[in-house]
Write a protein of this length. Structure first.
Length: 386
């Protein structure tokens, strides 16, 4: 099947073999339908490119299903497939799941092998980026996770972590800390309401749920950009040099943001790497008291194609800042799942994010299942193709 990553630079490229996670899915009986649309080289939260054009959100065709796994999210939400695989270096599974009203899991780097992913999962990308399942229900996420997980030599972050589902009694002993915003980037009123609804639902399910926001999230946001944006731009630069005329407007825009800042020297990259470890230790220490975090996925629900800023409570929210709620957990390397909970005034889905410390995907998915059970059956979009 084609493996083009939404770019003319790879137009017509067909894979010669399956990635390990695809082989595992086939062996388990999955029927592989095909690949889905992405922004060029996966570097956007809006799915549009010069190969196949834009992907529309099945809840509102004037809006994006997000990115980079936007085609996957739209296909699952509209009933084209039962589930699929996305990748996530800065919210690219979770934001599309949130925008499209489905579930998604960003695992710990290495828990599900990223072998075969493009761009290749090495260097800074291996610290931040993962592949993971997307589906309409948490139960389907669990099935996909169990099949896909397990180490592979092609993933530098791989580790032999056994699958360990918690008992219901152990699960209910967990304390959950929730927060509606980070104190820096506001969220819409409906997003705050969705987090409160989720917190109340989990409390009703028997969990101890309390307000809590860990310190260090703003540092995590800044460090994420230093690795994903600046270092990532340095890795992609040689690939696109001399072929700028073939790039999509969205990738050109992203490249301009990267070019506005100095590239890393050896010392700045080393300092960033060290500070990442320091921030991770600080946050993980705080999460001993609250092993599960509940928070927004993004500041806003699905946006209209081409939008790059929004007003919330009189404050302008810039494009990169709107997704900081997802970016933190790429920098921290934690598993995070999205469950749709609320609706915006326009009827758009709003998801919430459930987070645990590294290698605890089973905890995340188990809490997500409890939330989903309280919420009720999944609701499909009313698709109007006119």
């Amino acid at each position: 099947m084609r493996c083009e990553a939404g770019t003319r630079l790879r137009a017509g490229l067909v894979s010669t073999r399956d990635a390990p996670l695809v082989s595992r899915l086939r062996k388990a009986g999955a029927i592989i339908l095909g690949t889905t649309n992405t922004p060029e080289l996966l570097m956007a939260w809006e799915t549009d490119n010069l190969l196949y054009g834009r992907t529309n959100n099945p809840w509102d065709l004037s809006r994006t299903p997000g990115g980079s796994s936007g085609g996957e999210a739209a296909g699952i939400a509209s009933g084209c497939s039962a589930g699929g695989v996305g990748s996530d270096g800065g919210g690219s599974i979770r934001v599309p799941a949130h925008f499209s009203g489905i579930c998604g899991l960003k695992p710990t780097p290495g828990r599900i092998p990223a072998t075969g992913h493009f761009p290749t999962s090495v260097g800074p990308f291996a610290l931040l980026g993962v592949v993971g399942p997307m589906a309409r229900t948490v139960e389907d996420l669990k099935v996909l996770f169990e099949v896909m997980q397990g180490p592979d030599d092609g993933d530098p972050s791989a580790a032999p972590v056994p699958v360990r589902w918690p008992s219901r009694d152990d699960l209910k002993k967990l304390r959950i800390g929730y927060f509606e915003d980070d104190g820096r980037t506001p969220v819409t009123a409906e997003t705050s309401a969705a987090v409160r609804t989720a917190a109340d639902a989990l409390s009703h399910a028997g969990f101890e749920v309390e307000p809590f926001r860990p310190e260090g999230l703003e540092s995590a946001r800044r460090l994420w950009w230093q690795l994903f944006g600046i270092a990532g731009g340095m890795l992609l630069g040689p690939m696109i040099k001399g072929r700028e005329s073939e790039l999509s407007p969205i990738l050109k825009q992203f490249s301009s943001w990267v070019a506005a800042e100095p590239f890393h020297a050896g010392q700045t990259l080393l300092d960033t790497w060290i500070m990442r470890d320091v921030v991770r230790m600080q946050v993980f220490s705080q999460m001993r008291e609250y092993p599960i975090l509940l928070c927004p996925v993004a500041s806003i629900p699905a946006f209209r194609h081409g939008e790059r800023s929004w007003k919330i409570d009189g404050q302008t929210i810039k494009y990169l800042d709107a997704w900081s709620y997802s970016e933190w957990f790429n920098l921290l390397g934690t598993p995070a799942a999205v469950v749709p909970v609320g609706r915006s005034n326009e009827g758009l889905p709003i998801g919430v994010q459930i987070v645990a410390r590294p290698w605890q995907e089973e905890l995340v998915l188990s809490v997500a299942a409890e939330l989903e059970a309280q919420r009720g059956p999944w609701q499909a979009p009313d698709i109007n193709l006119e």
